[in-house]
Design a protein around this ligand. Structure first.
Ligand SMILES: [Zn+2]
Length: 398
């Protein structure tokens, strides 16, 4: 950013209205948009109502709006601020859905206390969506002309199957660069691990439990499987780490087996979670497991197992730290705090790998509060996030 650009940033940055960001965030918290998860989309448990609100806000800010259903009642919404030419393009992207609210007292009554705004979706991630609107308001008010295209994007279903971002990956828009304002405490996160789940199934021979010696116990066989995988994390830790993501991880998560205590179980299944590094392949995971389980057949010739197709398959994200959007966010963080900022990995998985646009995660709020029953975002982070996004928009698009 040259001196003139910096002067423009400084002047617009001073015009950031935290009140306006707060007002929009509170309005959005008050519109329930719980992900229906495995249930049917219905009012309060879908993105339609929040999508309509967001479209209206973008419309009022002079953006060209459109929306497309990823599923009935589950829209992706878009707003475009056109510049002199189509490219470069920058997308500011966030999901419209929240996690469910069972056990949450008053999730949709946003309130402010001790420098924080509370309510479901406050940090994950209606805060990011509110900051995006403020950036556009500033551009609109100061009549800033862009050389490229700015796209705002509200996405359905991040918290479950990610059908929204997958739809955008297929049908566009595709941008040159993208920011996803998931709660990272404003850390700049160009990479995250992928999430891969699968079932391992063991089989046996069912007989009456009074004569177990005549049966084959699938649960006992699963115990051997669990043992055989028990030092898998040590093996993963011994492999070459990714510079930001570190090592892959394994965790056995769900187990089911047998259905009657008076019968020797002939079936057991274990669902495992593998966090993949960028570059790790599903096939490698299967090979790792096979290599550990095949030797079990030596002592137990009847030992039989099966590895399922993936039950979860969210790829890793890995944007080069040298990407313009990453560098620009890091610079903005340093400009605003006077502390050198370093890229790091985002702990969770996001829409990033599905969008089709190279994406970096950076947003207000902390993952420690996301999905909790007392969700909040620091108001100071709303202001700082808006300034970081503003800086990046001006840097890349003017
Ligand atoms: Zn989120």
């Amino acid at each position: 950013m040259d001196e003139q650009g910096l002067a423009q940033f400084t002047s617009l940055s001073e015009s950031v209205s935290t009140e306006s960001v707060k007002a929009r965030l509170k309005e959005m918290i008050a519109i329930p948009s719980e992900n229906p998860m495995a249930g049917e989309p219905r009012p309060g448990h879908r993105e339609k109502e929040l999508g309509e609100y967001y479209l209206e806000q973008m419309n009022q800010l002079g953006m060209a709006i459109s929306s497309r259903d990823a599923a009935p009642g589950r829209p992706n919404v878009f707003g475009v601020r056109h510049g002199d030419s189509e490219r470069p393009s920058l997308m500011l992207c966030g999901h419209l859905d929240t996690v469910p609210t069972e056990g949450y007292v008053d999730p949709y009554s946003p309130h402010e206390q001790s420098g924080r705004i509370y309510g479901r979706g406050s940090c994950d991630m209606k805060a990011g969506l509110a900051c995006y609107l403020e950036v556009v308001r500033l551009l609109q008010e100061a009549d800033v002309s862009l050389k490229g295209t700015l796209i705002l994007c509200g996405v359905a279903d991040e918290e479950w199957q990610m059908i929204g971002s997958r739809e955008i990956g297929r049908n566009g828009p595709i941008a040159d660069q993208c920011i996803i304002g998931e709660p990272s405490d404003l850390a700049v996160c160009p990479a995250h691990k992928g999430q891969h789940g699968l079932f391992i199934r063991t089989f046996g021979k069912a007989v009456h439990s009074s004569i177990p010696e005549q049966g084959e116990n699938a649960i006992e066989r699963m115990a051997l499987v669990i043992n055989a995988l028990s030092d898998y994390n040590e093996e993963l830790a011994s492999r070459e780490p990714h510079p930001l993501c570190g090592h892959g991880r394994y965790s056995p998560g769900v187990i089911r087996g047998g259905d009657l205590v008076s019968a020797v179980p002939d079936f057991c299944e274990l669902e495992i979670d593998r966090r993949l590094l960028p570059g790790d392949r599903a096939e490698d995971v299967r090979q790792d497991i096979k290599r550990r389980l095949e030797p079990l057949k030596v002592d137990d010739p009847g030992f039989r197992y099966e590895i399922s197709d993936p039950s979860w398959d969210i790829p890793a994200n890995d944007l080069p730290v040298s990407s313009p959007v990453v560098r620009s966010l890091l610079t903005s963080a340093q400009v605003l705090t006077d502390i050198p900022a370093q890229a790091c990995a985002f702990p969770g998985s996001t829409d990033a790998p599905h969008l089709g646009s190279p994406a970096v995660v950076c947003g207000p709020g902390s993952l420690a509060q996301a999905h909790s029953l007392n969700e909040y975002v620091e108001i100071e982070q709303l202001t700082r996030a808006t300034r970081m996004y503003l800086h990046t928009v001006l840097d890349l698009l003017t």
